[in-house]
Design a protein around this ligand. Structure first.
Ligand code: KG4
Ligand code: ZN
Length: 350
């Protein structure tokens, strides 16, 4: 069955067609980075207006690339939570209109859960071998750990108590003068730097905690780059005072501290889960799962712990609609469809 997915929760307008929950027939993403760059962050009102303008062409392109028409679709899935409310409303309204006019079921998908599904796209992994699993979402809005019984049933073990890891990457990139969104640029620069020259804190929180914290790391970087603020909050230095070598080494130190903090909590969570039951695999998703150091550390971790590792292909790390259609298929199979009262909700269900 073909499911059309829509994703408009933040600043990407996306549509995809996925076959039988796994095979991606098309995945079109229209990014709005150009619109938000000068504000160094997403401006909600600009984002929702841009979704209205871009959605119809993106849907048309997704159908064309998939080689199908509306009449071939078996259901419409939409990311209806969590996200910016104005942005979500555009996708939800469009999905309802499509489901009603094509006369197919509507499926409401949680965007955070969908990130965990992204690693299963275009794979032939047997669900009986994937679960029970440990899940990690690392995105611009979320850093959370899950105990997963299936792709659609999970319990949250911990989450960030302040900034999400992707948000910390973006803010760190701004501090280093790398532009927006800075995660990919910081990652590329970090690969060329020395992570031992500057020392930045690896957040642990209290022993046994499965929560994350990234705001201390970001502030530590800010103060090392610009000096501690004087009276009135003025800084002694600016990011333009950094040499190229400084910038590279700060990026590497930040990347090391951020990734090691994620790995520390993953290890804690796995130990905790394995005290109660076996864990077959590790599913990781969200924009930061594109990070080079994280991907290589996850590979080592999974090998050492004998876990199956499901990491999304690069195209499905950041926001996309293929993951929405994919998880939508699993929800459809479980009979969890919605009706035309489906609401846009700013918070996650998990
Ligand atoms: O999943 P996503 O597209 O949006 C949310 O659901 O939040 O994640 C976007 C985030 C941004 O903060 C971006 O800087 C970060 O993912 N990101 C990265 C990398 N690629 C994207 N962070 C670190 N390293 C990367 N290679
Ligand atoms: Zn996301």
């Amino acid at each position: 069955m073909l499911i059309l997915g829509l994703e408009t929760s933040c600043d990407e307008t996306a549509c995809a067609v996925v076959e039988d929950g796994r095979r991606v027939r098309s995945s079109i993403v229209a990014s709005q980075h150009d619109l938000h760059e000068k504000y160094a962050g997403v401006v909600p009102e600009i984002a929702s207006r841009a979704h209205v303008e871009r959605l119809s062409p993106v849907v048309a392109e997704a159908l064309r690339a998939a080689g199908c028409g509306f009449e071939d679709l078996g259901a419409i899935a939409v990311g209806h939570r969590p996200g910016l409310i104005g942005s979500l409303l555009v996708g939800v309204a469009a999905a309802k209109a499509l489901a009603w006019s094509v006369q197919v079921p509507l499926i409401g998908v949680d965007h955070v859960q969908a990130h965990l599904y992204a690693g299963l796209l275009d794979s032939d992994a047997d669900p009986d071998r994937v679960f029970p699993a440990l899940g990690l979402v690392v995105s611009g809005g979320h850093s959370s750990l899950y105990a997963m019984d299936s792709a659609i049933d999970m319990t949250r073990l911990g989450a960030t108590i302040d900034d999400a890891v992707g948000e910390a990457y973006d803010k760190a990139a701004t501090i280093l003068g790398l532009g927006y969104p800075g995660g990919p640029a910081l990652d590329a620069l970090a690969r060329t730097g020395d992570p031992t020259r500057f020392r930045l804190p690896i957040s642990r929180l209290e022993p046994g905690s499965l929560n994350f914290s990234f705001s201390g790391l970001k502030t530590a970087l800010l103060y090392q780059v610009r000096g501690t603020p004087g009276p009135g909050g003025a800084f002694a230095r600016d990011s333009s005072d950094l040499s190229d070598a400084d910038r590279r080494d700060f990026a590497a130190a930040f990347q090391h501290a951020a990734v090691e903090s994620l790995m520390l909590k993953l290890q804690r969570a796995l130990t905790r889960l394995r005290e109660a039951a076996p864990v077959a695999s590790l599913l990781v998703g969200g924009g930061v799962s594109a990070n080079s150091l994280l991907r290589s550390r996850l590979g080592e971790f999974a090998r050492h712990e004998r876990l199956g590792l499901f990491l999304p292909p690069m195209a499905y790390c950041v926001d996309n609609a293929a993951m929405i259609a994919g998880l939508g298929s699993a929800l459809f199979d479980a009979g969890r469809t919605a009706d035309l009262h489906l609401a846009a909700v700013p918070t996650t269900a998990c």
